[in-house]
Design a protein around this ligand. Structure first.
Ligand code: ADP
Ligand code: GN1
Ligand code: MG
Length: 374
């Protein structure tokens, strides 16, 4: 997608229900998909009010209007439950700011779709675990999210990305990308390609279990990385789950696994010094504890037992997706340097190897929690 220009934002901003005078407008956050801006408005006697403005990625999300219907449905469901439990719905769920004609999105003159959210104040989205307690709290919050949506009518949710975590199908897409090699990069990444090809069993694992009915489809978040949760600056609690673009029927083990992939890593997702990258067993343990607690007894024993596999499959899948994008010429994930997707793929594969080495430790941790269930 073309870069967002200042003129484009000026047009867009006029069409949302904002008050006050715009005093600041800047790119924001480190998401890989949408274009996010933080706007600050000055309102007489009230001070400054911040909002998030996002251009939705229409290459990734083919139907932005249906996607926003999902978000409206999910956030109003969450709002109702938060109010029932005496929580603060202004901070504990996303709040969509409508356009002047009352829609949850704006279609601009260039054909781009935009949406806006109230900014969640006094909270931080972390790219790396700074305090282990934050990671535990994020687990409780993602578990709660799963529990609160357990009674959401899954059939009303539009599938925003078909086969999003169908790792088996993604393996086939990867093989095609290697064969086509449109960016002419395959010869230079033979080892990484072989790493993926050697693990077809990992790619097929959950598809096979699902087809045998051994694990349930649930309404899941599907993108549970640590920077998709706001941690309260004062209490350290996971206050709000954000980035709801991929809320769809999925697997709880994948939600668990994606959090481990990102948050239990001892290094950033794009670290180039691979000696720094490993999967922390202390963080794995903390997250498992928090997530099982947050889900409030809703997970089956089988789902809990499969948590190490969830971590491995999601890390493997993500590495495979980064490498696929690298082979296809970097068209999906935003990159900020030439071999960014390759660097990201390498950290994921290093994590997969480390998880394979620590397999029995992970299983032991999970067994401890499975045993303690009544
Ligand atoms: P992407 O899909 O590109 O990851 P996100 O919706 O996750 O987009 O937004 C990118 C970043 O913007 C988040 O990681 C977070 O830091 C920030 N952000 C998004 N929504 C809010 C919000 N309502 N309040 C505060 N920060 C937000
Ligand atoms: C993307 O949108 P963001 O940056 O939170 C991606 C996830 C990947 C993640 C890797 C819709 O997440 O699936 O796991 O990057 N989201 C989409 O960091 O593809
Ligand atoms: Mg995000």
């Amino acid at each position: 997608m073309a870069q967002v220009t200042k003129e484009q934002r000026t047009e867009v901003i006029k069409h949302f229900q904002y008050n006050g005078k715009l005093v600041d407008d800047r790119p924001y956050g480190s998401g890989h998909i949408n274009d996010t801006f933080l706007l600050t408005f000055e309102i007489a006697e009230m001070g400054n009010i911040k909002v998030i403005l996002q251009r939705m990625n229409k290459t990734v999300f083919a139907q932005p209007v249906k996607l926003m219907e999902n978000i409206a449905g999910v956030t109003s469901h969450l709002r109702k439950k938060i109010v029932e439990h005496g929580g603060d719905p202004e901070r504990e769920t996303l709040n969509v700011i409508p356009t002047v004609d009352g829609k949850p999105y704006y279609l601009d003159s260039l054909g781009d779709y935009w949406r806006s959210y109230k900014f969640i104040t006094d909270a931080t989205s972390y790219d790396k675990v700074e305090k282990s307690e934050h990671f535990y709290q994020s687990a409780v919050a993602f578990g709660n999210f799963q529990r609160l949506l357990a009674d959401y009518p899954a059939e009303t949710l539009y599938e925003t990305i078909k086969g999003f975590h169908d790792t088996k199908a993604r393996f086939q897409v990867f093989k095609e990308a290697v064969e086509k090699d449109i960016a002419g990069r395959a010869a230079k990444v033979k080892d990484e390609i072989q790493f993926v090809l050697d693990r077809e069993d990992t790619a097929n694992y959950f598809a096979d279990l699902l087809s045998r009915g051994e694990i349930p489809l649930r309404v899941t978040h599907n993108d549970t990385k640590l920077n998709n949760i706001m941690i309260d600056n004062k209490t350290g609690e996971g206050i709000c789950v954000i980035d709801l673009d991929t809320v769809m029927p999925g697997l709880a083990v994948n939600d668990f696994g994606d959090s481990i992939r990102f948050g239990a890593s001892t290094a950033a997702e794009d670290e180039t010094d691979l000696s720094k990258v490993s999967c922390s067993m202390e963080l794995f343990d903390l997250y498992a504890k928090g997530y099982i607690e947050g889900c409030g007894g809703k997970l089956t024993r089988k789902e809990i037992e499969l948590m190490p596999m969830g971590a491995k499959v999601m890390t493997f899948e993500c590495g495979m997706r980064f490498l696929t994008d690298y082979l296809q010429g970097d068209t999906y994930f935003k990159i900020h340097r030439e071999h960014h997707n390759l660097d990201r793929a390498r950290t994921q594969f290093k994590l997969v190897e480390d998880m394979e080495r620590k397999w029995y430790t992970m299983e032991g941790i999970i067994e401890k929690y499975n045993k303690s269930l009544t």
